[in-house]
Write a new protein. Structure first.
Length: 196
């Protein structure tokens, strides 16, 4: 697990052994595979990219071809222990509906978001006068898949206004500075949520 992404390691530590999970925007299935192998989780993913779906299938994972915005209505209430949105929320058309639906079909949701207001991005915007490009936000303005640009502070406010309890919040990198002022120093925020 030494080459495992840090956000995946954090999620692996959150999810309980033997849980049933749904990974929204699961990509190549790396996180689902980790959960299956290390936590004996059962679950499935939803992915829109056909190439990524083939990679999931090669790993022996169950995955549905679909769009996150329109694929959740068919699932019954509390069908999953965890619904995971790891860095896919900023790419959906209706993030509020997706989060609320995730907490309808899942007992808890794990949401990972890139922080568009981290200090390095602010410096680039202020001193260079250009849209920031960082390791975690590697796209130019014209080729980004991101539709939403949010900060960790924005996300906390959203949760409060929509009756969502943040059980756990972890900033990446998980160091003193990102714990002290996550909205300034964390590149990514990982949230464990439940509905009040």
């Amino acid at each position: 697990m030494t080459n495992t992404r840090l956000d995946h390691q954090i999620i692996l530590n959150i999810v309980e052994q033997g849980s049933k999970v749904l990974d929204l925007g699961c990509g190549d299935g790396s996180l689902l595979h980790l959960l299956k192998e290390n936590k004996k989780c059962s679950g499935t993913g939803i992915e829109i990219d056909e190439k990524a779906i083939y990679e999931c299938m090669a790993k022996g994972l169950s995955v549905s071809h679909g769009d996150i915005d329109s694929s959740l209505a068919d699932y019954s209430d509390k069908r999953f222990d965890y619904v995971i949105l790891c860095e896919s929320l900023q790419q959906v058309l209706n993030p509020k509906r997706v989060i609320l639906e995730s907490l309808r079909i899942g007992k808890k949701a794990i949401v990972g978001i890139p922080n568009f207001c981290m200090l390095t991005a602010r410096f680039q915007l202020f001193f260079q006068g250009r849209v920031p490009v960082t390791k975690e936000l590697p796209f130019q303005w014209y080729d980004t898949p991101n539709l939403r640009f949010l900060s960790l502070k924005d996300f906390r406010s959203f949760c409060d206004k929509n009756g969502l309890t943040i059980i756990k919040e972890t900033g990446i990198p998980n160091n003193f500075l990102s714990r002290l002022a996550p909205n300034l120093f964390a590149e990514i925020g990982i949230y464990l949520l439940e509905k009040r």
